[in-house]
Design a protein around this ligand. Structure first.
Ligand SMILES: Cc1ncc(COP(=O)(O)O)c(C=O)c1O
Length: 459
C-alpha cells in the first residue's frame, strides 16, 4: 500500500498533564481590560482564556524534559549540567564559548555592554524591541535594514526576513568604523516571524568580511527558520534541519539566544561566540549580574531541560506540525477576509490592524484597539506590534511604525486545534463590528519599552 495522505494536522504528542482554563464573561473581561489600563500585559493571566501574548517561555515541556530536570546538578561552578547544556548548544551552533544567561535580553545587555556605546551603530534586518532598547541604552544607534518587501503585508516573498544587502554595504561604507557587529534575527519576529534564507546569510557574511565585521545571529527561532529553508530554499528540501542549522551557524561569529523560544524552555538563554577576548569581557559582565559563567542565572535543572529541548525542536515531525498548524490559523482568517500578514509566520499569525481598522489613524493605535477587542470579545490575549511598540523615538518624537500588527503568537505544544478553531470564531465575531472599534490615546508611558507598562484611554 502506498503511504496514505491525510488532511488533518495532528499534534505529534498526546497530553500527559493538563492545566485548567478559566472561563469569563464579556462583562467581566471589559472590566478587567479597563482595570489593566487597556494594556494586556497588565492583565492577570487567569483572566485570559487563550493566551497568545507570546510564544516566549509559554510552551509545554515534554516528559523527557521534566525527566532531565531531575538530573539537574546544582553545583555553583562546573556543574555537569552545564557541560550537557554546552554540548547540546555546540551540536547545533559549534561556537567556541557558550555562556548561559537567564534569558535573551541578558545576552543582549552583556554583548552591547561590551560592544555598544555612544557613536556606535548596530545594523540588523529588524532588531527585536529588547535588542533595540539594549543597544540604545548604551547610547548606540540600532538600524533596521530589512528588504523593502518586509514592509508590505501582502508581499509573498518567501524570505521576508532577509537583510537588504545594498543598504548594509552602504552603511558599512559610510560608517564602518562605528559598527562593532552586524546582527541578523532569525526568524524576524518584529517583521512578522519571517525567515532569512541561507543565500541571504551568505551575502551578509560576504559584506561583513569585506569590511572586517563580526556577524551575530539573534537565533531565538532558528529551528523554524531552518524549516522554512527546508521548505522554500532551492537545494534544501532533502537536507536535515540540524545540518541547515549548522550551516547558518557556520556563517556567524556568535549569537544571542532566548531559550524561551525554540529550545523549548520556560526560562533561559545564552551568548555564544568565537572571539576569546570578547568572551572574557562578556563573562566578566555575566559574573557581575547573572552569576558564575557555568550557570548564568539558571538552575542546573534549567540547563538540562534546555539541552533536551534542543534535541526535540529540530525533529522534522515536530517542525512540520508547528509550521502547518500556525498556517492553519492564517489560512482560516484569510478565507474569512481578515487581513493577515503574508506569508504566514512560523511562530505567529500577524493581523494587519492598520488595514482592518482602516477608520483609525496609526496614532490612534489600531493594533491596540484590535488587541483589546480580541480580549473583550473572547478572552484572547495578543500583542500589539506596531506604533505602540515602535512609535516613540529616543529623541522623544512619536511617529507611525512601518506597520500596525497584532501578533497571535502560538505557544509551543500548548493549544490544540479546537482552541485555534475558537480563536478563528472570535475573530469572525470581531469582524462584524470591526469598523466601530474605538481608538486609544496613551495616558501614561515610561521612558523606554512603553508597550509593557503604558496605560491607555479610549478615544
Ligand atoms: C527575536 C527576539 N530577540 C530577543 C528576544 C528577547 O528574549 P527574552 O524575552 O528571552 O529576553 C525575543 C523575545 O521575544 C525575540 O523574539
Amino acid at each position: 500500500m502506498s503511504e496514505p495522505i491525510y488532511r488533518t494536522i495532528i499534534e505529534p504528542f498526546r497530553i500527559h498533564s493538563v492545566e485548567p482554563l478559566t472561563m469569563t464573561t464579556a462583562a467581566q473581561r471589559r472590566e478587567h481590560a479597563a482595570e489593566a489600563g487597556y494594556n494586556l500585559f497588565q492583565l492577570r493571566a487567569e483572566h485570559v482564556l487563550i493566551d497568545l501574548l507570546t510564544d516566549s517561555g509559554t510552551g509545554a515541556m515534554s516528559r523527557d524534559q521534566w525527566a532531565a530536570m531531575q538530573r539537574g546538578d546544582e553545583s555553583y561552578a562546573g556543574s555537569p549540567s552545564y557541560f550537557i547544556f554546552r554540548d547540546a548548544v555546540r551540536h547545533l551552533f559549534p561556537f567556541e564559548h557558550v555562556i548561559p544567561v537567564h534569558q535573551g535580553r541578558a545576552a543582549e545587555r552583556i554583548i552591547f555592554g561590551v560592544l555598544g556605546g555612544a557613536g556606535k551603530v548596530v545594523p540588523s534586518n529588524t532588531h527585536f524591541d529588547t535588542t533595540r532598547a539594549n543597544i540604545e541604552a548604551t547610547g548606540a544607534e540600532a538600524v533596521d535594514l530589512v528588504i523593502d518587501e518586509a514592509n508590505d503585508p501582502t508581499s509573498l516573498h518567501p524570505f521576508k526576513g532577509n537583510m537588504d544587502i545594498a543598504k548594509l554595504d552602504e552603511l558599512l561604507a559610510l560608517r564602518g568604523a562605528d559598527v562593532p557587529v552586524v546582527f541578523i534575527t532569525i526568524t524576524n519576529n518584529s517583521g512578522g516571524g519571517q525567515p532569512v534564507s541561507l543565500a541571504n546569510l551568505r551575502e551578509v557574511r560576504a559584506v561583513c568580511d569585506k569590511y572586517g565585521k563580526m556577524l551575530f545571529l539573534d537565533a531565538c527561532r532558528f529551528a523554524e527558520n531552518a524549516w522554512f529553508i527546508h521548505e522554500r530554499e532551492s537545494g534544501y528540501s532533502e537536507a536535515n534541519v540540524e545540518d541547515i542549522v549548522r550551516e547558518m551557524a557556520s556563517l556567524a561569529d556568535g549569537m544571542t539566544m532566548s531559550a524561551k523560544k525554540d529550545p523549548m524552555g520556560n526560562i533561559g538563554g545564552w551568548l555564544a561566540l568565537n572571539d576569546d577576548d570578547l568572551a572574557q569581557q562578556c563573562r566578566n559582565l555575566v559574573i557581575l549580574t547573572e552569576g558564575f559563567p557555568t550557570y548564568g542565572g539558571l538552575a542546573g535543572r534549567d540547563l538540562e531541560a534546555l539541552a533536551q529541548g534542543l534535541k526535540e525542536v529540530v525533529q522534522h515531525d515536530y517542525l512540520r506540525y508547528r509550521i502547518t498548524s500556525t498556517a492553519y490559523l492564517g489560512k482560516a482568517l484569510t478565507e474569512r477576509g481578515i487581513p493577515v500578514l503574508q506569508p504566514y509566520g512560523g511562530h505567529a499569525i500577524y493581523l494587519d490592524a492598520r488595514a482592518w481598522l482602516s477608520h483609525l489613524d496609526p496614532l490612534q493605535y489600531p493594533g491596540q484597539a484590535l488587541a483589546v477587542a480580541l480580549y473583550e470579545f473572547g478572552g484572547i490575549r495578543s500583542c500589539e506590534i506596531g506604533t505602540v511598540m515602535f512609535g516613540r523615538h529616543p529623541d522623544g518624537s512619536e511617529a507611525a511604525a512601518p506597520m500596525d500588527l497584532v501578533r497571535l503568537a502560538i505557544p509551543r505544544r500548548t493549544y490544540t486545534q479546537s482552541h485555534i478553531d475558537y480563536v478563528i470564531e472570535v475573530c469572525e465575531k470581531v469582524a462584524e463590528t470591526v469598523h466601530s472599534l474605538p481608538g486609544y490615546r496613551i495616558s501614561y508611558e515610561p521612558p523606554a519599552l512603553r508597550h509593557f507598562t503604558a496605560r491607555f484611554e479610549q478615544i
